[in-house]
Design a protein around this ligand. Sequence first.
Ligand SMILES: Cc1ncc(COP(=O)(O)O)c(C=O)c1O
Length: 370
Amino acid sequence: MDYKSQFYLPDGSYLLNHSVGRPIKVAREGFERDFWQPWCASGREPWGDWLGGIDRFRSALASLFDGHKDDFCPQTNLSSALTKLLMSHPRLGRSGARVLMCEEDFPSMGFALQKALPEAKLSFIPQGADITDANVWQQHINAGLDLVFISHAFSNLGALAPVTELVPYCRELGVMTLVDVAQSAGVVPLSLATLCPDFMIGSSVKWLCGGPGAAYLWVNPKRISECEPVDVGWFSHENPFEFDIHHFKSHPTALKFWGGTPSVAPFVLASHSIDWFAALGSEQVRAHNQALVSRLYDGLHQYGANDFATECRSGTAILDFGDKNDVVMAGLAEASISVDKRRYGLRVSPHLYNDAGDIGRFIECVRACL
Ligand SMILES: Cc1ncc(COP(=O)(O)O)c(C=O)c1O
């Protein structure tokens, strides 16, 4: 299948999909049709069409994650979604609430947790622990915790957390779970119907190729009545058009987290790419991605920064060339091969529009630099 022709791709090899996925052509056409046209082409107000676009965004997510549309609420980014959620839950807002996360989580998640829950006690699984191993997590998890924050994929490690073991383990202990899918959505399959975490937050900008601003909060329907968001607006109301300033009634679904007049464009754009990826299936994307990640690790095996079992690998390969990292980065930039560098080395993320030729060029360029 020729995936390359379906995306806008730069010259060279684009391997930065852990940062920003490339735009897909169907999204541009869909955006023109669902956002631009209703606004430009008629005298009536475009809200009906625009809200229909947001509805499709939620349906596309439901299809991608095997969940229900009503349990998804559009959000601007994960930090904001996390803050809204944490501040809404009485169990988390109490003094002495206990939350566990990892030092390897994305820092913004830690910032939001500390500011949104000033009375809580936050503890961390330290850097260096093998967080692909459920036993390591279990040493830190006990019934005294209120929430465990789990990154499905860790952005700097190239690794997955053992979510399928952790979520049921926490449930058994009465501890709530929140899964961050920023680095896994679209490239690592996840079924909400099977996993049943309490909460999930994610975005569309990376492997889903949907651009920034189209994030989402998913709330398990068993938890929705416990949540009382403080950051509300008329779109969080059960009937936004009631217009009685003395009467606020929360929307019965996850839309209670929506707020004031919603932004529309990012969600309309993302709905088309998420739809496209959902129709293809994350299993297929994962298989293609992992074949290329394995090629990278095989070709440059002495430089693999971490030694994770194949089933624990995320979509990103991490390669460490030690004091040659900057030389290699310069050589790759010269050859129009796009990657970036973080704490443990270079991050290399092949997507559907990459192939064995991209990986071969990458390996050749690295060898020439060394
Ligand atoms: C694991 C993870 N979580 C969250 C984020 C981003 O959070 P936000 O949408 O608030 O910028 C990233 C960004 O790269 C990430 O890798």
